[in-house]
Write a protein that binds this ligand. Structure first.
Ligand code: ZN
Ligand code: ZN
Length: 339
């Protein structure tokens, strides 16, 4: 299987938390949290048109300025999703600068904040000096999981969230590919067809939910010529593709360890291929972790085990353990593997 998402931590495990997800086949990326993100560089930042914010403590949000700086003047829509208060926080950031010379810039910043039953939406346009413009409040679309809700539904993937207790709501996110499309290269080859850009169109049609009798024309190339050929979607699927379960990634940061949070986290991360989970403290300091509304490495490992994830990645280590990163890692992995 050729995974559609390729993801990685934005920083070192002791640095500001954040995960960058590249989406293959499309020149898109998603970003979970915007702490210190300079390391990503302008090209990758520009590709990340959707940003999911857990909460706006500084280490998760200070990079907003970096994103804004890169996006300004380059014409794109930036979409941010997060907990109540996010619109105010974005507005506060934007108000920190003077905007008298940006009216020709096409940048629009859309923000959605998710409340218990509603979604508040606002947008800020460069052309309007980034003044707040509120849109009608929408009802929240709840998901099946424990208190989970849908944040973004895309033809190719769904992002869901759940609000965890961090003394303020801290959102945990899951990203799930709707399904995965595998191409049988052998069969393509036998039919005299090549792997190429036309397969991207095929995938697009499937993600958009086009019916099996849908007909489309693609341009095929070989060394000498260009040939237009018509395909029927159902036929292509049957002959060359297998559709399997999609990839799933879960992202959990700042949260206290308690029964309610645990149930929400385990439900959200259930069956994930990759589970990014904060583990700032060693379990010997569990009381301190609880006071600070954070998890320990052992707690992260135990939840990963309960959620039957395939791989656990721990991060957001507290600077108090500088030089002891391996101990945090080991404690999490031992709990995950059931030692
Ligand atoms: Zn926090
Ligand atoms: Zn944090």
């Amino acid at each position: 299987m050729n995974p559609s998402f390729s993801s990685y931590l934005v920083n070192d495990v002791f640095g500001d938390p954040g995960v960058y997800v590249d989406i293959r086949w499309s020149r898109r990326a998603l970003l979970f949290d915007v702490g210190h993100i300079d390391g990503l560089g302008p090209t990758r930042l520009l590709r990340a048109g959707e940003i999911f914010v857990s909460h706006t403590h500084m280490d998760h949000f200070i990079g907003f300025d970096t994103v804004l700086r890169v996006a300004l003047g380059r014409g794109k829509t930036l979409r941010l999703f997060g907990p109540p208060g996010l619109i105010d926080n974005v507005q506060g950031k934007l108000r920190g600068y003077t905007w008298n010379l940006v009216d020709g810039y096409p940048l629009t910043i859309e923000v959605q904040e998710f409340h218990a039953e509603t979604v508040r939406q606002a947008c800020f346009r460069a052309a309007d000096a980034f003044r707040l413009s509120e849109q009608p409040v929408q009802p929240l679309r709840s998901a099946h999981r424990t208190d989970g809700f849908t944040v973004l539904e895309d033809p190719m993937f769904t992002v869901q969230a759940v609000a965890l207790n961090h003394r303020i709501p801290s959102f945990a996110y899951s990203l799930e590919e709707q399904f995965h499309i595998n191409v049988n290269k052998q069969k393509l080859h036998e039919s005299g067809l090549r792997v190429g850009a036309w397969l991207k169109d095929v995938k697009e049609h499937i993600w958009l939910g086009r019916p099996d009798d849908f007909r489309f024309t693609v341009a095929l190339y070989d060394e000498h010529r260009r040939e237009e050929r018509e395909f029927v979607l159902g036929e292509v699927k049957e002959r060359f593709l297998t559709i399997t379960r999609g990839q799933k990634i879960a992202y959990v940061v700042d949260a206290r360890y308690d029964e309610e949070n645990e149930a929400k986290i385990v439900a959200l991360a259930q069956g994930a291929d990759l589970f990014y989970c904060e583990s700032p403290y060693l379990d010997i300091d569990a009381e301190k972790a609880r006071d600070r509304h954070h998890l320990t490495a052992r707690q992260a490992g135990l939840m990963a085990r309960k959620a039957h994830v395939r791989e656990l990645v721990v991060f957001h280590f507290s600077p108090r353990y500088t030089g002891q990163g391996e101990a945090l890692e080991r404690e999490a992995m031992e709990a995950f593997q059931g030692f």
